[in-house]
Ligand binder design. Structure first.
Ligand SMILES: [Zn+2]
Length: 144
């Protein structure tokens, strides 16, 4: 076991954070857990991902009863996803950045579509940036 004091303090801070988040949603859901810091590392396609908090301070992954808990913002960022927190519903909202979404186009159409079956045409998927780069406009029927 490495640096027990630091792990203990981190464990308390994480526990408080977890309880704080859970507590805001439903106070009755509070639980106490033993956090296992085992020098857990994250890589994405071979590249090391160093999770940090909103202030850039390192955040160490941990495990509870064999399940590994990773900071979702760092993982989402590594995957190229946008992440927001909906406090009203206590939901982590992951979204594909608009520029990376696939859209559907036809050979001669002037619109791009989110629905690959819109209007019953024959579509093929292209990156959003390709469609907008071709000057195509959003379909009023399926693009919201
Ligand atoms: Zn459409």
């Amino acid at each position: 076991m490495k640096n027990t004091t630091r792990s203990f303090i981190s464990g308390i801070l994480v526990t408080l954070s977890v309880l704080g988040v859970i507590g805001a949603a439903a106070a009755a859901s509070q639980q106490t857990a033993t956090l296992d810091y085992a020098d857990i590392k994250i890589t994405m396609d071979g590249q090391v991902v160093t999770p940090t908090d909103a202030n850039g301070a390192a955040v160490e992954p941990f495990a509870i009863s064999g399940t590994t808990y990773l900071p979702v913002r760092a993982v989402a960022k590594a995957l190229g996803l946008d992440v927001t927190w909906d406090s009203a519903t206590s939901t982590v909202v992951l979204t594909t950045p608009e520029a990376e979404k696939s859209v559907y186009i036809t050979r001669t159409g002037e619109k791009y579509h989110y629905d690959s079956n819109c209007n019953g045409g024959t579509y093929w998927a292209v990156p959003f940036e390709t469609a907008t780069g071709m000057g195509l406009e959003p379909c009023s029927k399926c693009v919201h």
